[in-house]
Ligand binder design. Structure first.
Ligand code: FES
Length: 96
C-alpha cells in the first residue's frame, strides 16, 4: 500500500561543531553538516562552500571527522558519537 507519509527513520546522535545533532540512520556526515547548516571555507580565499553533489565528485564537503581533516563527508556514513567539524582553510600538519 502506498503511504503519503512514510514512517520516520530511526536516528542517531552525532556532534557537529561540538553540538549534538540527531540525523537519520544511514545518513552521511555531509547530511549532518547540511542539517546543521554548517559549511566549510576554502583554503585560499576563505570563500564559503557546502556539500553539493553528495556522491564523491565535487569535494565541496571536505570536513574534519573524528579529528581527521580532509574527509569527503558525503562518502562517510554517520555513526553514533561521530565528531564532525567543518574544514576551515588548509589541513593542519601534524597530529589532530
Ligand atoms: S558533496 Fe561532492 S564530493 Fe562530497
Amino acid at each position: 500500500m502506498f503511504a503519503l507519509r512514510p514512517e520516520r527513520p530511526a536516528t542517531i546522535e552525532v556532534a557537529v561543531e561540538g553540538q549534538p545533532l540527531r540525523v537519520p540512520e544511514g545518513a552521511s556526515a555531509a547530511v549532518a553538516l547540511l542539517l546543521a547548516g554548517i559549511g566549510r571555507t576554502t583554503a585560499l580565499s576563505g570563500a564559503p562552500r557546502a556539500p553539493y553533489c553528495l556522491m564523491g565528485v565535487c569535494f565541496e564537503c571536505l570536513a574534519e571527522i573524528d579529528g581527521v581533516a580532509n574527509q569527503q563527508a558525503c562518502m562517510v556514513p554517520a555513526r553514533p558519537g561521530m565528531r564532525i567539524r567543518a574544514q576551515r582553510g588548509a589541513r593542519r600538519a601534524g597530529p589532530a
